[in-house]
Design a protein around this ligand. Structure first.
Ligand code: PLP
Length: 372
């Protein structure tokens, strides 16, 4: 043992944090719950139950060059994305999941004492990344009835932040559709956010399910806008880790200096390119999931103790009435059905159910009906 305590050398910000609680991996769930992995109904992480197109798996299996480092500029993928989405390739950043890009943005902008603006209930990584870099989180909760944004309060918080005694609000995060509520950000709300003196990060992880146009092309008109996208949801590649974003030119210039050279592995690049080549298959799966979402929502609305929230994404948030949401979660879990439960104040009494395959939707609805 050393004569001093090496843990005292650690960045105190890290020491003060509590660990992020990710969803449990399939194999440990299988052991814990006594179900085979293939019999578990995993509806707790908004994954795509169909996975990527078969051609993606074939391309991964037949690729021969995994012993060579990947292209650190991800040129081919960026070219394809640019052509498909009508944005210049020079404005496209690629990451190991959009999570990596979210973390990169926090690290590039935030110093201890700075602030970000979060609109809970929303994706937890925005606030947990801010805490990681010693920044403060200004919370402007969504309206409790329909989870829409309280834009007036957002404007006041950002503008007050400039004159108050805290640091400036540097980043405003808005997921659209929002996780876990499924709420869509309207054009009017978006415009008002973009008028603020802050970087606006629009997180479009679930955009393909919304049936609404992406705002990626708007980045060229707004130099305070970043739009993030992912291959995890619509393309079914959550396990491969591939995300991308459209950044304004001035930010791309800094991003190239900042990013790790080989941040995206070759398997993710092969899979991503192949997924884009087979986009019509991705579209078919997205349509199937959207139909499943309607089936799930209608079924949930028929359960007397559930109040499903309208959703533009591949999941449905439900308020649980007259009984404990935790007990509902645990009851499903005992049957090998996993849904997301939250113990945060704004989501107390809620569960979130991702859209599974048709047979999985039937299983969760039947299990809930049996709890009536
Ligand atoms: C709103 C939102 N943004 C980003 C992510 C992260 O996506 P990725 O798998 O690309 O890191 C998620 C994951 O669930 C999410 O819900």
């Amino acid at each position: 043992m050393t004569a001093f305590d090496p843990s005292t050398l650690l960045n105190p910000v890290i020491k003060s944090l509590s660990a992020y609680k990710p969803v449990e991996p399939l194999d440990s769930l299988s052991t814990e719950l006594g179900f085979r992995v293939e019999d578990l109904v995993k509806l707790d992480a908004n994954e795509n139950p169909y996975g990527p197109p078969r051609s993606v798996l074939e391309a991964l299996a037949s690729y021969d060059w995994y012993h060579i480092y990947p292209d650190s500029a991800q040129t081919r993928l960026r070219e394809r994305l640019a052509a498909l989405h009508g944005v210049p390739e020079s404005m496209i950043a690629v990451g190991s999941g959009s999570d990596e890009l979210l973390n990169n943005l926090s690290q590039m902008f935030l110093l201890p004492g700075d602030r970000i603006l979060d609109m809970p209930p929303t994706f937890l990584m925005y606030s947990s990344n801010a805490h990681l870099y010693g920044a403060e989180v200004v919370e402007v909760p969504r309206r409790p009835d329909d989870y829409s944004l309280n834009v007036e309060a957002v404007e006041a918080a950002v503008l007050d932040g400039r004159v108050g005694d805290g640091g400036p609000v540097k980043i405003v995060y808005a997921a659209t559709p929002n996780n876990p509520t499924g709420t869509w950000l309207t054009d009017g709300e978006c415009e008002r956010l973009l008028d603020l003196p802050a970087l606006v990060v629009l997180d479009e992880a679930y955009i393909e399910f919304a049936g609404e146009p992406s705002r990626v092309a708007r980045v060229a008109e707004h130099d305070n806008l970043v739009v993030l996208r992912t291959f995890s949801k619509a393309v079914g590649m959550a396990g491969l880790r591939l995300g991308w974003g459209v950044f304004p030119d001035w930010l791309m210039e800094q991003f190239w200096k900042f990013k790790q050279p080989y941040n995206v592995n070759q398997a993710a690049l092969v899979a991503g390119l192949t997924g884009l080549e087979h986009w019509s298959e991705v579209r078919m799966v997205v349509d199937r999931i959207r139909a499943g979402q309607r089936q799930l929502w209608t079924g949930l609305a028929g359960i007397s103790f559930l109040d499903p929230v309208p959703s533009a994404a591949n999941f449905v948030l439900c308020r649980v009435r007259g009984r404990s949401a935790l007990e509902v979660r645990d009851g499903l879990r005992r049957q090998g059905i996993l849904v997301r439960y939250y113990d945060t104040p704004l989501l107390s009494g809620c569960i979130r159910i991702s859209v599974g395959r048709e047979d999985q939707i039937d299983r969760v609805l039947t299990a809930l009906q049996e709890m009536e």
